[in-house]
Design a protein around this ligand. Structure first.
Ligand code: 5AD
Ligand code: SF4
Length: 450
């Protein structure tokens, strides 16, 4: 039987889909990216914004036709929307066969087998810590050099706009030894770069305490140091960390470890102190800038990316300008800007003074314009410079040229040299830049780092 898995939302969802594909393929299911080919269609959904939910429901809704045409297929929903609206989905979408919440993903093979055997509809929304250890399988593509590892699940922070703590449950961390083992297997299969994932990765190993740790305590830094010793692993990245967890130990460790990339996703959400407070974000704009400043002193070439929400309830022009000012001061090289979307059950959804949609649109556009201008300018400063790039493979737009990434997460495009392969480290002299990419030529191959 062939399985098609469609993912909505974040990297954690991408990872869960990959783990699901890994589990099912090891049991003999085929994995296909063509839904027409599939006997089983699974939708891994997101609830973070209304739009993500509507997209998935729309897509699953129109599958009634496919199911009429091919009554033998099975349709399942997993992920955050499954957790959030499971029963309602089963009621409203009679052609859906199974719904699996975020705590039960590791049980997907069993639930699927049960659905097929009994031909009845299944709903599984219970919390189950087995999901922490039961989701270590991978499904790698050919020449894949980069892989995700989930190190925590859930979130304890309850930012007032966010549904994640309700749909992914309390934060739990894996054991360092298990993570190392998973990383070693991946490196053995040709992976050179690992992206560690968690709703708040820097809270790793802190037992769910929402108070950031004292200055010299950072189990997350210990994890980075441990993974850094894996022979053959060239790069470590992670996303997303809550800003307040960057103590001196973590910053020092990041700067000292050769595998840790100098690009950091550091969610800001807002630059206005009163909005940050209403968001239940436990830092001020000034504190955020201090953390970014310390990181930059320790790693002068570091680039930052961020998440920002515009139009949070009560956001005035002045609040918005405070966000804009912090963004300009940090000088992000990438930013995901979201229009606030009320999520039922969260504290912010009940707040008065919701911001009109057109104001959200305007603010969103202003930040996008700032970003495009800034990134083009930052990239142009790299013209004439030589940058180290990890080779990914033929570029999507023009397969005669190859692409790769710098440690600072810039995409570089260049002509391949003889014998070049994915995962190689090359030096690229930058000749031309745009807001999206650096264009250049390979000039020398650096010595392998020990
Ligand atoms: N509305 C808009 N954006 C949201 N995010 C989380 N919840 C909401 C919401 N209700 C954004 C935050 C978070 C990112 C993953 O999604 O910026 O960092
Ligand atoms: Fe949501 Fe805040 Fe947790 Fe991130 S830290 S998942 S924004 S509650």
């Amino acid at each position: 039987m062939k399985v098609y898995i469609k993912t909505y939302g974040c990297q954690m969802n991408e990872r869960d889909s990959e783990a699901a594909a890994g589990m099912l393929s090891s049991l003999g299911y085929g994995i296909t990216d063509n839904e027409e080919d599939a006997d089983i269609l699974i939708f891994n959904t997101c609830s973070v914004r209304d739009q993500a939910e509507r997209k998935a429901i729309g897509k699953i809704g129109i599958l009634t036709r496919l199911k009429k045409r091919k009554p033998g297929i099975y349709i399942g929903i997993m992920g955050c929307m499954a957790q959030n609206r499971g029963e309602e989905l089963l009621q409203e979408l009679p052609h859906v066969d199974f719904v699996i919440g975020t705590g039960k993903l590791h049980k997907l093979p069993e639930i699927l087998a049960e659905t097929i055997k009994k031909r009845n509809r299944q709903l599984h929304l219970e919390e189950d810590h087995g999901v922490l250890t039961g989701m270590g399988t991978h499904f790698l593509g050919t020449n894949q050099i980069s892989a995700y590892i989930a190190i925590t699940r859930g979130c304890n922070r309850f930012c007032s706009y966010c549904i994640v703590p309700y749909v992914r449950g309390r934060e739990i961390s894996r054991e360092i030894g298990d993570i190392r083992h998973e990383a070693e297997i991946l490196v053995g299969q040709g992976i050179k770069e690992i992206m560690l994932l968690g709703q708040n990765v820097a809270a790793f190993g802190l037992g769910g305490d929402i108070n950031p740790p004292p200055p010299e305590v950072s189990p997350f830094a210990d994890l980075l140091a441990e993974l850094n010793t894996i022979p053959g692993l060239k790069r470590l990245r992670f996303t997303s960390p809550y800003p307040s967890y960057f103590n001196d130990k973590l910053i020092r460790t990041m700067a000292a470890l050769p595998t840790v990339c100098h690009s950091l996703h550091l969610p800001l959400q807002s630059g206005s102190d009163h909005i940050l407070k209403a968001m239940n974000r436990h830092y001020t704009g000034k504190q955020y800038l201090e953390i970014a400043g310390k990181l930059r002193s320790a790693m002068p070439d570091i680039t930052f990316s961020t998440d920002v929400i515009v139009g949070f309830p009560g956001e005035t022009e002045e609040d918005f300008n405070a966000t804009r000012a912090v963004m300009n001061e940090v000088g992000y090289d990438n930013a995901y800007i979201f229009k606030y979307s009320p999520r039922q059950g969260t504290a912010a959804a009940k707040m008065e003074d919701q911001v009109p949609q057109e104001v959200k649109e305007q603010r969103n556009q202003i930040l996008l314009d700032d970003l495009a201008r800034r990134v083009a300018e930052h990239n142009s400063r790299l013209k004439g410079k030589i940058v180290e790039v990890m080779v990914e493979g033929p570029s999507k737009r023009n397969s005669e040229r190859w692409c790769g990434r710098t440690s600072t997460n810039k995409v570089a495009i260049f002509d391949p040299s003889d014998g070049m392969k994915s995962g190689d480290m090359v030096m690229v002299k930058v000749n031309r830049t745009t807001a999206m990419s650096l264009f250049g030529e390979v000039c020398a191959i650096p010595e392998e780092k020990p």
